[in-house]
Structures are given as structure tokens and as C-alpha cells.
Design a protein around this ligand. Sequence first.
Ligand SMILES: Cc1ncc(COP(=O)(O)O)c(C=O)c1O
Length: 403
Amino acid sequence: MPPLSGLLIPRHQLPAHSPLPGGLLLPALRHLVHAAADPRPRLAALLCQTHGADQALLLASGTQCLAVALRRAAAATGSAAVALPAFTCFDVATAAVAADLRIALYDVDPVTLGPDLESLRRTLQAGVRIAVVAPLYGMPVDWDSVVDSTAATAPYLIEDAAQGHGATWAGRPLGSFGAAAVLSFARGKGWTGGSGGALLVRDRSGDGASLTSRGAGLAAEVAVFLRAAGQSWLSDPMWYGIPAGLPWLGLGETRYREPRPTRPMTRVAAELLLRSREPALREAETRRARARALNARNPAAEHSRPLRPPAGGTPGALRLPLRLSRGMAGFPDQRLARRLGVAAGYPSTLAELPAVRRRLLPGQHRWVGADALVRELVTLPMHSLVEPGDTEALVGLLRTYCG
Ligand SMILES: Cc1ncc(COP(=O)(O)O)c(C=O)c1O
């Protein structure tokens, strides 16, 4: 018999899942009254060790970390513009706006989901000295190729590994490359503390620790605790239909958000991250195994176009990306697809955001790869809450796909 929730709300699968067992909340509660040592220095030290960084700056979100990385890069290079991928999370644009930089866009290779190297090179040759490279859905980027192909201009490379949890390239976790790298610990990023982000610095130029030691304030600590508790309790396909059905939460939607002031990570988030690290690593292993199994079955073969991780890279399968000829529109029953955790990629290129247009440098304004990804990309859930019956339903759904 289905549990009571199943009778009242239809089961709704999460597109991505970050384990946050309820038992971890109690120890985090102590930080509301500062009844335990500040966990943030321990988290910063751990990230420096695992990702080979000199300093780690812990802030309230990945977007804020990227904005700080961009400000530092602008100060180091004297550049007032940044090259961004044309197809990526809109928060990347938010960070460039927060750093008050002009924007040049480069195309994304629809086969690797990494930079179109020729387009990136051309963009940098026009005089831009900072570039953000953002691996998508845990698909690693061949970092050596990026460095080699941009050697002539030697830009300041920022690796935005917000979606990189569980993925490696050349045997190292994503976030280990670039003069600066960004991690996100938001809800759908594989490893969560309710929210939060880390800026990992390898350029030895700065003042990384200064914000970490600042208090986040009781209101911020309580807000993150409540958010984490909500995520922990509602991250169950039996209950997820409730928040997913509330339009003002905008779950599963990509919206442009205005920049917010820079805030330190809360102690609550840091404690949760330290305690959920092992479950998150196990979860990533599950995702990778499931992605291998599903790729081997290739149920939408006739409608899918190839995606290829680089040699030496292991995708983290945060969500399994597929390129289907008509994207979400090809599913005869799109509501059912969404209930099974299928999600669309980004609804437009960054070029279509008014906030980006106002800052766009003159030059090439066609992004063929990015446009293809807007049309075609969908993702499937690979996490441990996907049950065998869900997988069969997904496979069945892909077999009915209309290309
Ligand atoms: C590529 C990328 N960069 C940055 C961010 C921003 O991270 P946060 O949600 O922690 O602000 C995201 C979040 O979705 C992302 O996908």
C-alpha cells in the first residue's frame, strides 16, 4: 500500500539529489548558539587538501564565490571583461554582473559540453584576459586542451565546478584546475550544506581567509538551518511533489537572479558539509554506476546525438545529460517526464538575458553549439532515490520519444 503521502500527492522524482540525513541536523543545531568550535576552518583546510588549493574562501553561495573570483581576476589582469560560455547556468552571468565586468561569450561544444576551443581562442584574441570554464552536469572538461589552446593569450582561467561533484579529470576532482575554482553546495549539487560555496585559490595573490572567520549572524544561521531541514525532509519522491508544485519556489526553473551582497558561509552549513561528505561521496559512486548502466542500454538511441567525455575524465552524473533531437518537446507526456525527474537544460543562451546584452562586447554573436544545446539537452536523474521501477519507467518513456 502506498504511504499516505502517495494517496494525496503524486510521486515526484528529484532531478538531482544531495544526501542530507535528518540525523545530521541535531549536531548542526549547536552552532545556532555557538556551543561548538567554528567548523569553517576545518572545512576550508579539507577542501584545500582534496582540491590542491592554497586558500579556500567559504561564502554563502557559489554565485558569490564566482563574483569574488572575477573581482580578483580583474584586479590581477587589469581586464574589465570576462569570457563566459554561451550555454551555462544563469548564475554565471549574475556573478559577472556582480563583478561589474563587460561580457564576451564563447560557444560550447555540444559533443563534450566543454568550451568550443576555437571560439574560446577567438574570443580571447579580441583582448579579453579572463575566462570562466564551467563543466556542465558533472561532465569533465579536458583542462590541458583549454590551457594549450589559450596559451597565446594566457588568460586568467576560472574553473566554475559548481556542478562537478563526483567527477574527476586526470584523476583529480573537478575544482582542482584553474587559477581559481568555485564549488557550490546548493540543494541540487550533490554535496550540500543547505547552501554555500567555496572559492579555491591557487594564485597566491590574496586574502582568502578573511571572510571565513567572520560570523554569519544568527538570522543567517537559522535561515540555513531551516532550509537544510526542509531539504532533508522534502528530498523524498513521496514528498517532493509539494515544493515542486509551488510556483513561487520556482524549483526546476532557470531564472536570472540579481546579484546579492557577499556573505560568509554559515557555521551550520559548514558543519552539515563536514558530516554529509561521506554520504555524498557514496551517492556519487551510485550515480556513476547507474549512468554507466543506462548509457549501455541507450534506450533513445535513434533520437539521441552523441555526448563524449574527454579521455581521462570520469563524469559525476550529477544529472545524466542526453541530447535528444527535440529536447523535452519530444516526450509525448511531458508532465510524466517531469514527474520521473527528467529536466530540461537551460531555456536560452546567456546572450538572451537582458542583463548580459547590456554588457556584451561587440563581435561574434552566433553560438551554434549553445543554440543546439538549448534545443536538445535534457537530463535524467541517476541518484539513489531512483528505484528500479523508476528506471524502467524512464527507459519506457525514452522508447516513446518522438524525434
Ligand atoms: C555552473 C554554475 N555556476 C554557479 C552556480 C551558482 O551556485 P549557487 O547556487 O551556489 O549560487 C551554479 C548553480 O546552479 C551553476 O550551475
